[in-house]
Design a protein around this ligand. Structure first.
Ligand SMILES: *Cc1c(COP(=O)(O)O)cnc(C)c1O
Length: 397
């Protein structure tokens, strides 16, 4: 059944999340179908030929396109307000594809220094191997961006807020500078989610997600997505994905579609709980350097609140006693699980210096504020009094 995607753009956000891009098979099922198929059959050899030479628009192979995956891509397109989207097998596949599809030897990438461990690996180690020059800047300092983007650049990559240090990038200002330098701006919007922040509205060109985080939000599967203009998706990204193959499984696409239906509700509760926990932590003498974008004490609170409609689900802080103190705190938690995932219904905590950012040198970690005392708490959907009580007992222990 054909759908009018342009008409659906006028639906309210919640309607787009629940119903956007839903197609139904001949069986008229209520729920989105899982098209668990790698390939498709043709009526004739002629039809196969036309499908490959572009005369006929249809599904030919699930590495290229799949009906369930396409529902996810189109629904996310509607939610983000983008022109187009491609889904990937994981968030890292999305990050890598968004950069590798447009960069070549001799090009220059400018990235903020505070990045998720694997994003940092791609920018600092992998891309330079292919002759791409990468310059890192302190993403919070607009003068550093002005300096770095006073020369031509091909692309800019930022995370805002960053994982795990919750640094905020002035997206509007950086996008304006990038435009003058001729650079395509890619924003990793995982921490903000499409509910809280719309990078395209600030001038970004490409938005990437790890759908593993809030979009699934229930710890079930990996997934990712890249959104941008029709031209970028069609000309740069799609050929890269078709021929390198980091395709999302139709089953995972279906799980993520279910996740999108409740994303708005879940993110609102995540943020409500996180703010309450951040306020409770403000009262604790054992906590040092508490970071939450929704608190006025966050060094970039005003900017964060100008770009995001709430503070997000992650609270970061330092506990007294260095690594031993942080480990003692984590080990004494009874309800909150130690895990490196985030955006889950279950509250999860991790020690970035020894897990997600273990690969960095102590100096590189220090530059982005990841000390041995630093912990990252992804606040879940549990009863918030139970969470604050768990944190309080673990701090006392
Ligand atoms: C988790 C994460 C990724 C990677 O996503 P995966 O789905 O785990 O591959 C990328 N960027 C940020 C900011 C993340 O938090």
């Amino acid at each position: 059944m054909a759908i009018d995607l342009e008409a659906q753009r006028n639906w309210g956000l919640q309607t787009r999340m629940v119903r956007g891009a839903t197609t139904r098979s001949e069986f008229c099922e209520t729920n989105e179908a899982i098209f668990m198929t790698s390939g498709y059959v043709y009526e004739s050899a002629e039809e196969a030929e036309q499908s490959f030479n572009g005369e006929k628009d249809r599904f030919v192979y699930s590495r290229f396109r799949n009906p369930t995956v396409e529902m996810f891509e189109k629904r996310l397109t509607l939610i983000e307000g983008a022109e187009d989207c491609r889904a990937t097998a994981s968030g890292m596949a999305a990050v890598f594809a968004s950069l590798a599809c447009q960069l070549k030897a001799g090009d220059r990438l400018v990235a903020s220094r505070a990045l998720f461990g694997s994003c940092q690996y791609i920018c600092a180690e992998l891309l330079p191997r292919f002759g791409i020059k990468v310059d890192f800047v302190d993403g919070r300092d607009i003068e550093r961006w002005r300096e770095a983007l006073s020369r031509p650049a091909t692309a800019v990559f930022v995370e805002s807020p960053s994982n795990p240090g919750l640094e905020v990038i002035d997206l509007k200002a950086v996008c304006a500078l990038a435009r003058k330098a001729g650079a395509v701006v890619v924003v990793d919007n995982v921490f903000a989610t499409p509910v809280l922040q719309k990078p395209l509205e600030f001038g970004a060109d490409v938005v990437v997600y790890s759908a593993t985080k809030h979009i699934d939000g229930q710890g079930r599967c990996l997934g990712g997505a890249v959104l941008g203009t029709k031209t970028f998706i069609t000309e740069k990204l799609t050929p890269f994905l078709r021929h390198t193959g980091p395709s999302l499984s139709p089953f995972n696409a279906w799980v993520l579609l279910k996740g999108l239906e409740t994303l708005d509700l879940r993110v609102a509760r995540h943020c409500e709980n996180a703010l309450k926990i951040a306020h409770a932590l403000e009262e604790r003498p054992e906590i040092k350097r508490l970071l939450y974008p929704g608190l006025t004490s966050h060094p970039q609170h005003t900017l964060a609140m100008a770009q995001m409609s709430a503070g997000g689900s992650v609270v970061a802080f330092e506990v007294a006693g260095g690594k031993a103190g942080a480990f003692r705190f984590l080990n004494n938690l009874k309800l909150i699980d130690i895990s490196n995932n985030l955006g889950d219904a279950k509250s999860l905590i991790c020690h970035p210096a020894t897990t997600t950012h273990q690969r960095l040198t102590p100096e590189a970690r220090a530059e982005v504020g990841i000390t041995d005392s630093f912990v990252r708490l992804s606040v879940g959907l549990e009863n918030v009094e139970d969470l604050t009580a768990d944190i309080a007992q673990a701090l006392r222990a």
